[in-house]
Design a protein around this ligand. Structure first.
Ligand code: IPD
Ligand code: CA
Ligand code: CA
Length: 268
């Protein structure tokens, strides 16, 4: 894909994201059909499904050769990201927030070509804030370019996004080390939408995000954004991500990524 094709694809994807977001805002006060998936707290609504179907129909109609990986099951079954253009879509990221708060959720669309992240779009629907990135062309919050992340940031002056799940016993990780990290950093936050949490690290209003299990659609767009501001994203053990499976995630300002990974994350 050359720069012009990438820009055209971006413009189209952005238009669909804004359109889907407008529709969600229009119907936000209407009753929701709520179901559960893997457990009673894993929620899905008819709006998650409708929004995903909206994207699938548009993509299949306009880009019949492109593939789609998406959360609610209307996409394709892929065993590789190689040799094709793949849209990786979370129609509503932060469904629990969507159901309980009617805010703090996002539409997340990442477009990869031959395994490389080319386009990332994360839309905070209720705030009407759009985070975007095109590979090699920077990351933006609405029309404002995001600056590169602070190369001199120190861990004790950083904000770490981590959820309270870490207060529970976890057989897979040394909890004592995580407690040390929580004491070391200036503060912790938890927002309930992985896509927005990636966007906040890209924006530099938070500096790291640690979580044990995210799906490809939670992270695809965020990866492109983080790359454009010079952040680092790996599995929690520092190894490379695999976008076809769930991953542990450590996304951080480059200045503190290695320190968090080496000194505070001990997987068992
Ligand atoms: C969830 C959110 C949440 C994260 C979960 C994800 P969903 O996505 O991003 O913040 O902690 O792991 O599954 O289900 O609301 O799209
Ligand atoms: Ca999600
Ligand atoms: Ca979702």
């Amino acid at each position: 894909m050359d720069a012009q094709e990438r820009q055209k694809l971006f413009d189209q994807a952005k238009e669909w994201v804004l359109q889907a977001g407008r529709h969600i805002r229009d119907v936000i006060d209407e009753p929701l059909e709520i179901d559960t998936k893997s457990n009673p707290n894993d929620l899905v609504t008819h709006m998650d499904r409708n929004t995903e179907q909206f994207f699938i129909e548009k993509i299949k109609q306009h880009y019949p050769t492109h593939n789609i990986i998406s959360e609610e099951g209307y996409g394709d079954q892929l065993d590789t990201l190689k040799n094709s253009t793949v849209w990786i879509i979370d129609p509503i990221d932060g469904t629990m927030n969507f159901v309980h708060q009617k805010r703090n959720f996002a539409i997340s669309v990442g477009i990869f070509e031959d395994s490389v992240g080319e386009i990332g779009i994360i839309y905070d629907v209720m705030e009407d804030v759009l985070y975007t990135a095109i590979r090699g062309e920077g990351a933006y919050k609405d029309n404002q370019e995001l600056p590169p992340l602070d190369p001199n940031l120190s861990l004790d002056e950083s904000i770490c996004i981590i959820n309270s799940f870490w207060a529970c016993e976890n057989p897979k990780i040394n909890g004592k080390k995580i407690q040390e990290l929580i004491k070391k950093v200036r503060g912790t936050r938890s927002y309930g939408s992985a896509a927005l949490e990636f966007a906040y690290v890209a924006e530099g209003i938070a500096d790291s995000y640690i979580t044990m299990r995210l799906a490809p659609w939670d992270i695809a767009a965020g990866i492109v954004l983080i790359n454009e501001v010079g952040g680092n994203i790996t599995r929690a053990d520092g190894t490379k991500l695999d976008l076809l499976v769930n991953n542990t995630i450590l996304v951080a300002n480059q200045a503190i990524h290695e320190q968090i990974q080496n000194d505070y994350i001990e997987l068992k």
